[in-house]
Design a binder for this molecule. Structure first.
Ligand SMILES: C=C1C[C@]23C[C@@]1(O)CC[C@H]2[C@]1(C)CCC[C@@](C)(C(=O)O)[C@H]1[C@@H]3C(=O)O
Ligand code: AKG
Ligand code: FE2
Length: 380
């Protein structure tokens, strides 16, 4: 099993400052210093077969799902939307959503507050430092977690819960880890996550219909979701052709709703080539993740993607990763399994799959397959 997430040779350049925490010394990527560095530290240099092409990738025309039509409830619009989503998800699983009903001010606040967080001095961001093995907190290039192919980014991840008694978990996360002065920021991301969770349930209705399962099936499955929200900050890089902001991977989660700022960087591997998805402030980029691929018994595809960096502008993205409630069984509905469509993946829980990506395997293009083999071998 490729466990290159276990750190073997910690980085040693001067721009990776030492930081003492919990009696343990870990090294930190200081974007303020590294963004001017022309000598690329070797830990950030990706192998040739994964390096981005120095030519700009061609843009991919991604199908646009107009939810305004669907939300009116006209049967023609509903059929049209469900047909479109079905076609896309059997192909590469990436689509844009427009007229989604999410308040434009909330989106711009979420982008603005992302800046406020990442512009804080390193020591302040480290109040939310993510610990190895955990999926939440602030991480700079995962220097303490991986020893090679470091991503050129800083991230802040936190949990969201749609369960009834958890209506302030995001807000509380910010005030508990960063201090009371972060209440406003916490409120913005609490509202943003609520909006994303609501939007994902609408998309789940469409996915259910398009798969010929009842409209409510997946919506109900995710009603009590325990999701992950991530803020991504990609600083400029003097050698963008040598590294990646986020390496090639399929999302292990169920459905991703991404908002990119106005700087491009997201690329999808379609028909054997990397294609870019242009930023559109009015749209969300949505993609199917491995867990939904398993729920659809392999019908809908979780597609390989990555984020490249550039030498001019920082890039920001907001990613909401829809995940099932942790202990719920991930198993396809019986309508999707028959003699011609036997089960492809074993039953599992999101809790086990998440732990697999945090402790045993660095998510890449093979995560679901490797995880399935691991589950089968453990239960045989
Ligand atoms: C469950 C997850 C693991 C990662 C975050 C996420 O919530 C969904 C995508 C995963 C990731 C982005 C795939 C690329 C590698 C990774 C290490 C990263 O670059 O951030 C992945 C995330 C992780 O923290 O393991
Ligand atoms: O930042 C982006 O555009 C994509 C990031 C991504 O794919 C992820 O965080 O899973
Ligand atoms: Fe992703």
């Amino acid at each position: 099993m490729a466990i290159d997430c276990i750190i073997k040779n910690p980085p040693t350049m001067s721009s990776l400052k030492e930081h003492k925490e919990d009696q343990q010394k870990s090294l930190v990527f200081d974007a303020l210093v590294l963004q001017h560095e022309t000598n690329m530290p070797q830990q950030f240099i990706w192998p040739d077969h994964e390096k981005p092409n120095s030519q700009k990738s061609k843009e991919l025309e991604v199908p646009m799902l107009d939810l305004g039509d669907f939300l009116t409830g006209h049967s023609d619009s509903v059929k049209k939307a469900s047909r479109l989503i079905g076609e896309v998800c059997e192909n590469h699983g990436f689509f844009l959503v427009v007229n989604h009903g999410v308040d434009a001010n909330l989106i711009s606040d979420a982008q603005r507050y992302l800046d406020l967080f990442f512009e804080l001095p390193l020591l302040e961001k480290q109040r939310a430092q993510r610990k190895v093995g955990e999926s939440c907190g602030y991480a700079s290039s995962f220097t303490g977690r991986f020893s090679s192919k470091l991503p050129w980014k800083e991230t802040l991840s936190f949990q969201f819960s749609a369960e009834k008694n958890s209506s302030s978990v995001v807000k509380d996360y910010f005030t508990n880890t960063m201090g009371e002065e972060f209440e406003r920021l916490g409120k913005v991301y609490q509202d943003y996550c609520n909006a994303m969770s609501k939007l994902s349930l609408v998309i789940m209705e469409l996915l259910g219909m398009s798969l010929g399962v009842s409209r409510g099936h997946f919506k109900e499955f995710f009603e009590d979701n325990n999701s992950i929200m991530r803020l991504n900050y990609y600083p400029p890089c003097q050698k963008p052709d040598l590294t990646l902001g986020t390496g090639p991977h399929c999302d292990p989660t169920s459905l991703t709703i991404l908002h990119q700022d106005n700087v491009s960087g997201l690329e999808v591997f379609v028909d054997n080539e990397w294609r870019s998805i242009a930023p559109n402030p009015n749209a969300f980029v949505v993609n199917i993740g491995d867990t939904f691929m398993a729920l659809s018994n392999g019908r809908y595809k979780s597609c390989l993607h990555r984020a490249v960096v550039n030498n001019k502008s920082p890039r920001k993205s907001l990613a909401f990763f829809l995940c099932p409630k942790r202990e719920k069984l991930v198993s396809p509905p019986q309508e999707l399994v028959d003699e011609n469509n036997p089960r492809i993946y074993p039953d599992f829980t999101w809790s086990t799959f998440l732990e697999f990506t945090q402790k045993h395997y660095r998510a890449d293009m093979n995560t679901l397959q490797v995880f399935s083999n691991w589950v089968r071998q453990k239960t045989s």
